[in-house]
Design a protein around this ligand. Structure first.
Ligand SMILES: Cc1ncc(C[n+]2csc(CCOP(=O)(O)OP(=O)(O)O)c2C)c(N)n1
Ligand SMILES: CC(=O)[C@@H](O)[C@H](O)COP(=O)(O)O
Ligand SMILES: [Mg+2]
Length: 639
C-alpha cells in the first residue's frame, strides 16, 4: 500500500482541470485512480467525510470529465456527498487537507469554490429536477449544444422528486440530458423498495447481455447468413431484453436506456457516456458501482460501507469511538417503549443506523419500516398507520423534515393523528454545511395546529419527554435534539407549571432555556450574578404549546430572555413574545438563537461561538439590555 501522505500524487497533482485529464493516455488512468483513492482515504481519515460514496465513483468521475466539457456541459451531483473526486479533477486536489474544515473545502459542491460546481443543497433527489430546468433553459437560450449530466444514486432515486422529474424529462425528447444512475445498491444500508429490486434484477440479469454477446460472437462468424440473423435478433432486442431481463421500466417511460455498465471499468464508462452524449436526447446510463470500492475496510463495512465515517485509522479502518450520543439514548428508549406498547412502530427514511433505530429493528423487525429516501411518504404512511390504530414514531434528521411539512400539516395534524416525529441533528450540525443545519423546525412547526414540541435538555429529559410524546393520542408530537454527545445532566430545583426551574433567582431576568441550551444558560446566570444581576432559569420542556405559567413568571421579572438552537425567526422566542403580548405582559423579551441565514460549514462549537450562542455572549447581551433599560426599570413597578 503506498504511503498515504494526504497530498495528491504526482499524476493527480498534474491535473489542474478537465483539460489536463483529457490529455492523459488511457493507461495512465488506473494510476490516477489509485492516487485519487489514496487522497480520499487520507483526507477523510483525518477529518471524517463521505469516503464510501466517493470511492465508488472514482472511475465514473474520471470518465465523465473526459467525455464532457465542464463547465460548458453541466455536471450535477445529487445530494453532493459523492463530489470529492469531481473536486479533485477540477483543480482542488491540493486543498483536501482542509476538507470540511472552517474556511476549507466544503464536503459538497460549492459555487464559491469552482465554476464546475452548481448544486449546494445536500438534500437528496433534487438533481434530476435541476437538470430538467437547466436543459430547458439552454434549449430556450439557443445553447442546445450544452449537455446536462445528472448523477443520481440508487438511494436518491427512491425519492419522489426524482420521479416527478423523470416524468417531465421523458416528455422532452429533444433535451440533451444524461441521467447517470450510480447504482451501488445502497443508501446507507441496502436500498429498499420495488425500484431497488428492479435495479437489482437488472444487475443480476447479466444473462441478457451474456446471451447477446454469445449470439453476437458465434452468429456473426457464420458466413453470409450469420450477420443478418444477428441483426434480426438484435432488432428484436426489446423483446429479447424483456424475455431475458425484466421489463426495463425506464424505456417504458420513453427514456433511452444504456446499461448495465461496469462503473469501475473507466473505458467502458467512457464508451457508454459517449454513446449517450451522441443521442442528443434524454438517456439513462445505468452504472454499477461498489460503495467503498478499492478500500477493504469500507467494502467490508456491513452497516454502511463507510458512508460517512468519523476520524479513522487509514491503515486499519478502525474508527475513533463516538461518544454516547442523543441518538443512542433515543434508540435505547425506543426498545423500552416498544416492549411496553405494541402499538408503537417506527419509520426511517433510509437512515436506520444514523437515527439509532437498529436496536428497535432487531428487537421488533416487523414493526420497523424503512421507506427509502422518502420523507413525504414517511409522514403520510405514518398517518395511515395511525389511522390503522398504531402509534408511529418517524425518525428523521431535522433538516429533512422540511421536505414533509405539508404531509405533517395536512395528512397528520389536520386529522389530529397520534404520530410522533423525532428530529435528530436539530440545531447547528456544522460540518455538513448550510443545508444540513437543523435550524428550521422550531419555526415552521409553530404554525401547525394541535402539534406539540418537546426539546429535552439532557438524557433523562429525552427519555422522559419521548415517553410523554408517545402518550399524546390526539395529535402529532415532535421531540428534537442535536447531533453528537448528550449534554451534561442538569436536575431541576423546582417546577413552574409543567416547566423545570433550573435556578431560582431574584426577579431581574427570566432566562427561558430551550433544550440543550440549559448548560449555556446556567453558566450565563453565574456570569450575571457576578454583575449583580439575578437570573431565574427555566426549561419549558414542551415549547409548544407554551406553559401559561410562563406568563405569571414573566410578569414579575424585568426582562425575559429566550435562548434556542434554531433560527431566530418565528421560533420559540417569538412564540414567548407573542404569548406575553397577548396576555398584556409588557416585559421586554430578548431572543437569542441562530441568525436567519445560511451558515458556512465548520465544527458546531465554532459556529455556536461565531453566532453568539455562548454563555459569555448571552451574559454580556443581557447585561447591556438591563443597563439600557435600567433608568426605566428602576422606576417601573415590578409587575
Ligand atoms: C432528503 C434527504 N434525506 C436523507 C438524506 C441523508 N442521506 C445522505 S446520502 C444518503 C444515501 C444516498 O444514497 P445514494 O443516493 O444511493 O448515494 P450513495 O451514497 O450510494 O452514492 C442519505 C439517505 C439526504 N441527504 N436527503
Ligand atoms: C449526506 C448526508 O445527508 C448525510 O450522509 C450526512 O452527511 C449525515 O451526517 P451525520 O450523520 O454525520 O450527521
Ligand atoms: Mg447508492
Amino acid at each position: 500500500m503506498s504511503e498515504r501522505t494526504g497530498q495528491p500524487g504526482n499524476l493527480l497533482e498534474s491535473v489542474k482541470g478537465p483539460g489536463d485529464l483529457k490529455r492523459l493516455a488511457a493507461d495512465e488512468l488506473p494510476v490516477l485512480a489509485a492516487e485519487i483513492r489514496d487522497l480520499l482515504i487520507a483526507s477523510t481519515a483525518r477529518s471524517g467525510g463521505h469516503l464510501g460514496p466517493n470511492l465508488g465513483v472514482v472511475e465514473l468521475t474520471i470518465a465523465m470529465h473526459r467525455v464532457f466539457d465542464s463547465p460548458h456541459d453541466r455536471i450535477l451531483w445529487d445530494t453532493g456527498h459523492q463530489a470529492y473526486v469531481h473536486k479533485m479533477l477540477t483543480g482542488r486536489a491540493g486543498r483536501f487537507d482542509t476538507l470540511r474544515q472552517e474556511g476549507g473545502l466544503s464536503g459538497y459542491p460549492s459555487q464559491a469554490e469552482s465554476e464546475h460546481d452548481i448544486i449546494e443543497n445536500s438534500h437528496a433527489s433534487t438533481a434530476l429536477s435541476y437538470a430538467d430546468g437547466l436543459a430547458k433553459a439552454y434549449r430556450l437560450r439557443g445553447e442546445a449544444d450544452r449537455t446536462v449530466v445528472a448523477v443520481i444514486g440508487d438511494g436518491a432515486l427512491t425519492g419522489g422528486m426524482a420521479w416527478e422529474a423523470l416524468n417531465n424529462i421523458a416528455a422532452s425528447k429533444d433535451l440533451p440530458l444524461i441521467i447517470v444512475v450510480n447504482d451501488n445498491g445502497r443508501s446507507y444500508s441496502p436500498t429498499i423498495g420495488g425500484l431497488a429490486s428492479h435495479l437489482a434484477s437488472l444487475r443480476t440479469n447479466q444473462r441478457y447481455e451474456d446471451v447477446l454477446d454469445f449470439v453476437k460472437g458465434n452468429l456473426t462468424r457464420v458466413p453470409v447468413v450469420g450477420a443478418p440473423v444477428y441483426d434480426a435478433l438484435h432488432g428484436v432486442k426489446k423483446g429479447l431484453k424483456d424475455v431475458l431481463a425484466p421489463q426495463v421500466m425506464f424505456e417504458d417511460l420513453g427514456l433511452k436506456y444504456i446499461g448495465l455498465v461496469d462503473g469501475h471499468d473507466e473505458q467502458a464508462v467512457e464508451a457508454a457516456l459517449r454513446r449517450a452524449r451522441d443521442f442528443r436526447r434524454p438517456v439513462i446510463v445505468h452504472v454499477l458501482t461498489k460503495k467503498g470500492f478499492g478500500y477493504s475496510p469500507a467494502e467490508n463495512h456491513d452497516e454502511d460501507c463507510f458512508h460517512s465515517p468519523g476520524v479513522f485509522d487509514p491503515l486499519t479502518g478502525e474508527e475513533k469511538p463516538k461518544p454516547h450520543g442523543w441518538t443512542n439514548v433515543f434508540g435505547q428508549e425506543m426498545v423500552r417503549l416498544g416492549a411496553e406498547r405494541r402499538d408503537i412502530v417506527a419509520i426511517t427514511a433510509a437512515m436506520l443506523g444514523p437515527t439509532g433505530l437498529i436496536p428497535f429493528s432487531e428487537a421488533y423487525p416487523d414493526r420497523l419500516y424503512d421507506v427509502g429516501i422518502a420523507e413525504q411518504h414517511a409522514l403520510t404512511s405514518a398517518a395511515g398507520l395511525a389511522l390503522g390504530g398504531l402509534h408511529p414514531v418517524v425518525a428523521v434528521y431535522a433538516t429533512f423534515l422540511n421536505r414533509a411539512f405539508d404531509q405533517l400539516l395536512m395528512d397528520v395534524a389536520l386529522h389530529r393523528l397520534p404520530v410522533t416525529v423525532v428530529l435528530d441533528r436539530a440545531g447547528v450540525t456544522g460540518d455538513d454545511g448550510a443545508s444540513h443545519n437543523g435550524m428550521w423546525d422550531l419555526s415552521i412547526l409553530q404554525v401547525v395546529p394541535g402539534l406539540s414540541i418537546a426539546v429535552p435538555r439532557d438524557e433523562p429529559r429525552l427519555r422522559e419527554l419521548l415517553a410523554e410524546a408517545v402518550e399524546i393520542d390526539d395529535g402529532p408530537s415532535v421531540v428534537r435534539y442535536p447531533k453528537g454527545a448528550v449534554a451534561t445532566e442538569i436536575e431541576a430545583v423546582g417546577r413552574l407549571g409543567e416547566m423545570d426551574v433550573l435556578r431560582a433567582g431574584d426577579p431581574d431576568v427570566l432566562l427561558v432555556s430551550v433544550g440543550p441550551m440549559a448548560e449555556l444558560c446556567m453558566e450565563a446566570a453565574d456570569l450575571l450574578d457576578a454583575q449583580g444581576i439575578s437570573a431565574t432559569v427555566v426549561d419549558p420542556r414542551w415549547v409548544k404549546p407554551l406553559d401559561e405559567a410562563l406568563t405569571a413568571a414573566a410578569r414579575v421579572h424585568k426582562l425575559v430572555v429566550v435562548v434556542e438552537d434554531n433560527g431566530r425567526v418565528g421560533a420559540v422566542g417569538d412564540a414567548v413574545a407573542r404569548m406575553l403580548r397577548d396576555a398584556d405582559v409588557d416585559v421586554p423579551v430578548r431572543t437569542y438563537g441562530i441568525p436567519q441565514r445560511f451558515l458556512d460549514h465548520a465544527k458546531r462549537p465554532k459556529i455556536l461561538g461565531e453566532i453568539g450562542l455562548t454563555s459569555q455572549d448571552i451574559a454580556r447581551q443581557i447585561t447591556e439590555a438591563i443597563a439600557k433599560r435600567s433608568p426605566v426599570l428602576e422606576n417601573h413597578p415590578t409587575r
